[in-house]
Design a protein around this ligand. Structure first.
Ligand SMILES: C[S@@+](CC[C@H](N)C(=O)[O-])C[C@H]1O[C@@H](n2cnc3c(N)ncnc32)[C@H](O)[C@@H]1O
Length: 194
């Protein structure tokens, strides 16, 4: 019996380093979960194909800054910065761990036109942006649709998977590789959308 107990406790024993690592990992998961619940959106990156679809919907040139609303780990913001090297690209992200990760990625591969802000985009001034990209969840699309009324005339908005509530899309595409997922483009016209 004592041997049996020893074998169990022996196998289960962890070093102080492993204990600290486990606690840090658990804390990170809890922080990510907390912000996913707070924003209603998990920090899931757009797939490579989805990013390609969003870039395809954007015009060749954009006359002003571009924003990724909810930039997560930075995948989409990085693609935007690479595609438009002459434009300033800003990613807004509330969740600290994806945000710090995107800063680290930018340090490892600097992109001078890419900037991140750890802030709630619903409270930011978005009136300067000429292009908006987002991948959020259905519940976030109504407040976003209201917020985006402040975009300037002619601004373009592209959305991965979820449409903007009460906005009429200018173009909707699907990809054979991403099934039924739809990618939406909207153009702002005099405060309303066409
Ligand atoms: C699904 S991820 C998309 C990440 C990235 N845009 C992409 O396509 O790869 C959406 C992110 O939006 C963030 N988010 C949601 N609402 C937000 C808000 N009001 N302000 C800032 N970030 C927000 C979430 O924390 C999450 O990381």
């Amino acid at each position: 019996m004592a041997d049996w107990l020893d074998s169990i406790t022996g196998e289960a024993s962890v070093s102080p380093f492993e204990t600290v690592l486990l606690i840090v990992l658990l804390a990170a998961v809890l922080v990510i979960l907390f912000y996913a619940i707070r924003t209603g959106v998990p920090p899931q990156s757009s797939s490579r194909d989805a990013r390609r679809a969003l870039l395809h919907l954007l015009p060749e040139t954009i006359d002003g800054p571009i924003v990724d609303l909810g930039s997560g780990w930075g995948a989409l913001a990085e693609d935007l910065a690479d595609r438009y090297p002459e434009n300033r690209v800003v990613g807004y992200e509330l969740s600290p761990i994806p945000y710090w990760s995107s800063l680290l990625r930018r340090k490892l591969k600097p992109r001078p036109n890419l900037d991140y802000r750890r802030a709630n985009f619903l409270r930011a001034d978005l009136s300067e942006y000429r292009a908006v990209a987002c991948y959020l969840m259905i519940g976030a699309m109504r407040p976003l649709a209201i917020k985006l009324q402040e975009l300037p005339d002619g601004a373009v908005v592209v959305c991965n998977a979820f449409s903007l509530t009460d906005w009429e899309a200018d173009e909707i595409i699907t990809l054979s590789t991403t099934g039924a997922t739809m990618y939406y483009r909207y153009i702002v016209r005099r405060g309303v959308v066409a």
